[in-house]
Ligand binder design. Structure first.
Ligand code: GLN
Length: 192
């Protein structure tokens, strides 16, 4: 199994290490050709406005949107969730998303870098996992096509799923808990 990690900016190496620890071949994706033959894709955290601009600069925007539309399983963490959302609040000037998840996401919903925190989040179908929230977004509205898979105790939505797309506000790869990646890999294996 080959799982790509969009490698334009942000926390790429943590995802690659985590996928490899699960016995998966992880491939950094920098050019459209890198998408060929992938069984799944991770969109990492970072700065979603920067990643958005770089996808256009590197000719990756349309190929990524085609891959998503064709049903490629995609896991987006933090900025990756923002890239997958159909609608964003607090976008950088000119910022676009790839889309795919019928949700609205609020960027930087927990305040600044200093307001970053770690906590345990219960993810449907995965269990309670260790999660780092780093200038994280939250999901403020969920359309009829998407499903909530994770909420904080106060009800704020931090994980959603729609078909083969999963988006979470937090970074399981930073806290080192591989169960979400493992569930993602297993769901890919079940399709292959
Ligand atoms: N605040 C970032 C953004 O809006 C996301 C932060 C992260 O990925 N850790 O893109």
């Amino acid at each position: 199994m080959i799982v790509g990690v969009l490698a334009l900016q942000g926390g790429v190496s943590e995802h690659i290490a985590m996928l490899e620890s699960l016995g998966v071949t992880a491939r950094p994706v920098r050019r459209p050709d890198d998408l060929v033959g992938l069984d799944g894709l991770v969109l990492p955290g970072g700065e979603s406005g920067v990643i958005d601009r770089l996808t256009r600069l590197f000719g990756l925007r349309a190929p990524l949107q085609e891959a998503i539309a064709s049903g490629l399983p995609v896991l987006g963490t933090c900025a990756g969730l923002i890239l997958l959302a159909d609608r964003i609040l607090g976008a950088a000037p000119g910022q676009q998303t790839l889309g795919g998840l019928d949700v609205t996401v609020q960027r930087n919903a927990f305040g600044s870098q200093r307001d970053s925190f770690d906590t345990v989040v219960d993810v449907a179908g995965v269990g309670a996992i260790e999660a780092s929230f780093i200038r994280a977004p939250i999901v403020t509205a969920v359309g009829t096509n998407a499903q909530v898979i994770a909420q904080l105790p106060d009800g704020r939505i931090v994980g959603v799923r729609q078909g083969n797309l999963i988006g979470v506000s937090f970074h399981p790869e930073v806290s080192g808990d591989s169960r979400l990646h493992s569930a993602f890999v297993q769901s890919i294996a079940a399709r292959v």
